[in-house]
Design a protein around this ligand. Sequence first.
Ligand code: NAG
Ligand code: NAG
Ligand code: NAG
Ligand code: NAG
Ligand code: NAG
Ligand code: NAG
Ligand code: NAG
Length: 485
Amino acid sequence: MHPVSILLGISIATASAVTIIPAHAAGNATWPYQKYQTVNYTPPWLKFDGRAPAYGRHLFIAPDGATAFQAAPTILDLANGELIWNGPKGHAFAFGVQQYDGQDVLVYWNGTSFPEPVGRGNGAIHILNRHYEEIAVVTLAGNFVELTPGASYESNIDLHEIYITADDTLLVTANNVTRADLTSVGGSEDGWIVDCQIYEIDIATNEVLFSWSSLDHLHELPLTASLYHLGSEGYNGTTQSKAWGYFHINSVAPFQDGYIISSRYLCSAIAIGADGCVKWRIQGRDGADFTLGNGTNFCYQHDIRTLPVRPRGNESFVLHMHDNSNCPIDNGTVASSGLVLNVHPATRSVELSQRLRDPSKPIYAIAQGNFEPMLEGSFAGHGWIPVAEEFSSSGRRRSTIQYGAAVARPGVRQHTQEALRTVKAEKGSSVTAEVQAARDSKDWVAERDKDVQEALDVGKGFGDMIMDQIYEVVNWGKKRDDDDD
Ligand SMILES: *[C@@H]1O[C@H](CO)[C@@H](O)[C@H](O)[C@H]1NC(C)=O
Ligand SMILES: *[C@@H]1O[C@H](CO)[C@@H](O)[C@H](O)[C@H]1NC(C)=O
Ligand SMILES: *[C@@H]1O[C@H](CO)[C@@H](O)[C@H](O)[C@H]1NC(C)=O
Ligand SMILES: *[C@@H]1O[C@H](CO)[C@@H](O)[C@H](O)[C@H]1NC(C)=O
Ligand SMILES: *[C@@H]1O[C@H](CO)[C@@H](O)[C@H](O)[C@H]1NC(C)=O
Ligand SMILES: *[C@@H]1O[C@H](CO)[C@@H](O)[C@H](O)[C@H]1NC(C)=O
Ligand SMILES: CC(=O)N[C@H]1CO[C@H](CO)[C@@H](O)[C@@H]1O
């Protein structure tokens, strides 16, 4: 590892100008990279467009993909684009800040990844403390099968999800290639398929506390519900290496007494109970168990989460995601967006709260991506396309951060740089210790959840809501002026 102190990183960088280094030769894309005398790492130069970010001074990113010059977990200073820290070289999917055992920690996935169109991996989750020391490595052993006959991996956690819960457990996804009856979708009785799984693992002991398999729930989530029809991109289920990825799980988070999961190819947010039974499914095109309001459509989405995290019973809640409908199996004409929905389980209806995208600068990401509410406004990482955007509370694009060459071409599977998640810090060193303490307190979390619920009950929009409260905490109770710009 190469811990670089903040001061050292900045002072050295000031002395040496940005150096242009051609990106991976095979990719033919060029992008400026930064070279340092003190560290053998060349992070991408950040191109800013628009206002400097209002909150969150650090960018957490793990540039990867065909044209990335080097891959590593990377923290960059958003004020000047300089390197603050980089971890070991290699894949570091889902790099970001979370909380474990009462402290801020860095988390990332490392392992064997299978690039698009497979788009999954087998690896382990690394957890580092504030001093960049590794304090835990969470693994998942077992008999897991992949597309390559005979291949096995030390640990089998998928690259898509790292979610540390309030109980210091870890939620992750996993995949297993196995046999299934594909006759309902025109395949053979003994076809090959990818089973999608979730695990809740105790971080301290590495013990599996809960597991769930999509193939155990075919009566609730049938193969016929997949929009990735058998044979898509050649995956026709006739051999192990052509196992059909009908479900493609890409996120799991706590929800009520159980979990909420994202299935890319069912185009669905799926709520499951503590017993693993499916409570309901919202499909982004036909609604499935819900009626979709105007403008709420989504598909092939990533990073599904709710606010509050555990609404009770039939209480309304906010559901947010990165909606990358621009999938290569589709016509690929829908620009990516951050999507915020108000969901009303009692009436089984979904309403649009906010759709975050700039129609004048559309971004067509085919895969990956993340979306997060920030102290003010929201932040979207566009995954496959090396661009992240910050939006104001009212939904206006406030700034764009680009870290690799990319062309906005709908439907094109470009070989470019990518980052599963591009996260802005609103925690840790980017806010004062006092604010951090306020935000950490369980009371504050409970208070926020209560306020979110009340705001939903009176029909207040998401943009006006959660951000108001976070602002109040940060500014010691002051009310926020109207929108910034
Ligand atoms: C990359 O550049 C080389 C040499 O200039 C060329 O032969 C090759 O076709 C290019 N590849 C792509 C994918 O454009
Ligand atoms: C994976 O599938 C194989 C059959 O292909 C099965 O033997 C094994 O138990 C499965 N593993 C898991 C973790 O589900
Ligand atoms: C499945 O795909 C393979 C090529 O990957 C092809 O040889 C085979 O004919 C296909 N089978 C069916 C039933 O489509
Ligand atoms: C949905 O939106 C369209 C145009 O944006 C509008 O014409 C229509 O009335 C809306 N429908 C409902 C039910 O609000
Ligand atoms: C592309 O697909 C979307 C989603 O299925 C659909 O709404 C749209 O009409 C399609 N556009 C074209 C040009 O076919
Ligand atoms: C929630 O609403 C659904 C649909 O209206 C209803 O069937 C169910 O009984 C309600 N559950 C609770 C816990 O109120
Ligand atoms: C970022 C990271 O931890 N990379 C490591 C992933 O695993 C390989 C193989 O063990 C290491 O070589 C990388 O340094």
